[in-house]
Design a protein around this ligand. Structure first.
Ligand code: CA
Length: 254
């Protein structure tokens, strides 16, 4: 029987080690979701002028597919889309635990709509028509916000990690992890609900971005061991392998 861990300050201080550093700053990758071709193109062009990386989607389903298979720093999401609307896209994304900042665009001006948007997990809201400078300012403000949780307690379901004490606990039971496994788990938890590629792990956890030989096998083995410990028998599965993409930690939507 494993003993439950007591997160006292002394315990944390004794075990504290440098946490995984924040990912390096690269140009933001923004997803623009808008069905109107002219608006979509001009938004994409404007953001590209800022040297940002821009992807676009013209339907809600396309947006969901992209968000499920890639990691973005920001999503500019139109409310009115031909298939599922922006709110529905947003709900889907948040249900997966994905906390990517979302700026909603809409022609709707009613306060109720605005509240509905924010309650569904939008971070900001911009009524149409708007000046590009205004959109850019809102985007910048959202990108400046710490997207990744800065708390030293990271949680997903009944799994929690104290990043200072470097202790992981699932359903009240401590999980014995190696220092490397703690690094990986912290990284997966900070990117909860999003895809973490092997390249990201190589760069930010192994800190070896430009190797001649790939670390893929080493990473796969480490994740397999980590999963065996974290997602033990009878526990809800939290760490998923996405073939050809990488890994995702999060609860599956019901
Ligand atoms: Ca629209």
């Amino acid at each position: 029987m494993k003993k439950p861990v007591n997160f006292s300050a002394e315990y944390a201080a004794t075990l504290a080690r440098t946490a995984v550093s924040a990912p390096p700053s690269t140009p933001p990758h923004v997803l623009v979701v808008e069905d109107e071709l002219k608006t979509r193109d001009s938004l994409a062009e404007g953001l590209q002028m800022e040297a940002w990386t821009v992807s676009t989607a013209s339907t809600g389903n396309e947006a969901v597919d992209l968000i499920d298979h890639a990691t973005f720093d920001l999503v500019v999401l139109d409310w009115m889309l031909p298939d599922r609307d922006g709110i529905d896209v947003l709900r889907h994304v948040r249900q997966r635990g994905n906390q990517t900042p979302v700026l909603m665009l809409t022609a709707r001006v009613a306060v109720d709509d605005r509240i509905a948007g924010l309650e569904s997990g939008a971070d900001d809201y911009l009524p149409k028509p708007f000046a590009f400078a205004e959109l850019l300012a809102r985007c910048r403000a959202l990108l400046r916000r710490p997207v990744l949780s800065t708390s030293h307690f990271l949680r997903c379901g009944d799994l929690q990690l104290d990043t200072r004490a470097r202790v992981a606990v699932r359903a009240g039971q401590a999980i014995p992890l190696t220092p490397r496994e703690v690094d990986i788990l912290e990284y997966l938890l900070r990117y909860q609900g999003q895809i973490v590629t092997r390249e990201m792990l190589e760069r930010d956890v192994w800190k070896q971005a430009h190797r001649f030989t790939s670390l893929d096998n080493v990473i796969d083995v480490q994740i397999m061991r980590l999963r065996r410990k974290v997602d033990g028998e009878g526990a809800e599965r939290l760490i998923f392998t996405l073939r050809g993409l990488g890994y995702r930690l999060g609860r599956e939507p019901e």
